[in-house]
Design a protein around this ligand. Sequence first.
Ligand SMILES: Cc1cc2nc3c(=O)[nH]c(=O)nc-3n(C[C@H](O)[C@H](O)[C@H](O)COP(=O)(O)OP(=O)(O)OC[C@H]3O[C@@H](n4cnc5c(N)ncnc54)[C@H](O)[C@@H]3O)c2cc1C
Ligand code: FES
Length: 421
Amino acid sequence: MNSCIATVAQMDGTHIVTVEGMQCGDELSPAQEAMRACHASQCGYCTPGFVMAMSAMLERHDQADARTASNYLTGNLCRCTGYAPIVEAALTVRATERHSVARRYSDPQSITDSIASTKLSMLVEYDGTKLFAPVSLREAVTFTAINPETRVLGAATDIGVHVNKGKPLPTSLLSLHLIPELYETKLTRTGVTFGSRVTLAEVRRVSEDVAPEFARFLNLFASPQIKNVATLVGNIANASPIGDTLPFLLIAGGEVHVASRQGAKGVVRKRKIPMTELYVGYKKLSLVPGEIITHISFDRTGAKDVMSLCKVTQRKDLDISAVSGAFSLTLKSRSAGGKRKTAPHVVSARIAYGGVAATPLRMPEVELALCGELNQARIESVALLIAGSLKPISDVRGSASYRRVAAANLFRRFGNEVLHG
Ligand SMILES: Cc1cc2nc3c(=O)[nH]c(=O)nc-3n(C[C@H](O)[C@H](O)[C@H](O)COP(=O)(O)OP(=O)(O)OC[C@H]3O[C@@H](n4cnc5c(N)ncnc54)[C@H](O)[C@@H]3O)c2cc1C
Ligand code: FES
């Protein structure tokens, strides 16, 4: 994880291992030794981060292939080396049992102490900010009922960035990290529900089966350091029009489950809000004061559905989207021996975009226009309809006209992939 945007309170009940703990006595760790041997450090500013990323890689992979290595290195930048020696270090390094972080830092007593510390609610007050971490949902909604201005703290990968930019820390924070039920994942025949504490890394893993295109898309989301801690619910509640998961959730029957306190007795009131009704303005949610998000659910991708999720960024990795698109079609096509005989027929369509308005958008009129035989003329007319109906803004990531063209082109590419295979 990235320590620069984490709060100390989030470390409650955890065991922290920093780069200082990698070396065994006078002996460098395998990652440190590989960095040295490959001359992968020049000014040294980035070196601790790369050592930690490689050490995390070695906990899971004795030896990394090129894809694994580049995935683990994605979250770190180097201004000096040009990366080649760092990649070489990641490809040549080998895990050793003796240096395994899990083996070296698994003292049973400290694990017992950490677990014990997660059984009690915690209130920290410091410098005008109070942070409450309850062990039950009931306590959580009682706190937000009494302090309706409270901000929920997920993994702070959005909030932490704002604080680092000098924005004031909210005066009342609620961390849900001690509530066990919010870590649950429930799979059903038709969909999946994730608790608000489930990380994006876990969502990606589960989605490989439930919504494979979403899992693939999450590979492009941030870096392992971010996905290891950041939550899907944080991405939803941050309500940025360019939040990468939102177009998918809009077309996949996404629903947020919210809870608040009802009456003075502290009864927990629960309700569900469809994703299509969640965003009511720029960074504004249709939650009422005191409500918190407890879960998010979405549908399994159907066997007859063709889905594509894409984003337009200046850099492939670790970049904020200018425009993102989510497309899903349910098709009926007559085929002979696995080969399509006639043009595909669109039974129903679902289309959503991010980065083209103050909120992420689902586009029902466009979806209707796409139903029927899919051919080149229909793809072109729907692309023009998309470009004509969007009213994006211009900002540093792209002008309004660039965004309109990009949104239409994302659809053209998807339509042509479906039509021509
Ligand atoms: C290096 C880096 C790369 C990133 N890359 C991407 C990217 O590729 N795509 C992308 O979309 N985003 C990206 N992000 C943004 C961020 O990681 C995501 O939005 C993430 O999902 C936020 O989750 P979190 O748990 O850290 O939320 P937090 O920062 O803790 O919270 C975000 C917002 O959600 C609210 N919130 C959190 N939980 C709840 C809840 N249970 N109920 C009500 N409100 C709640 C908080 O109050 C806050 O307003 C990146 C961030 C960084 C630092
Ligand atoms: S060695 Fe200087 S930034 Fe990487």
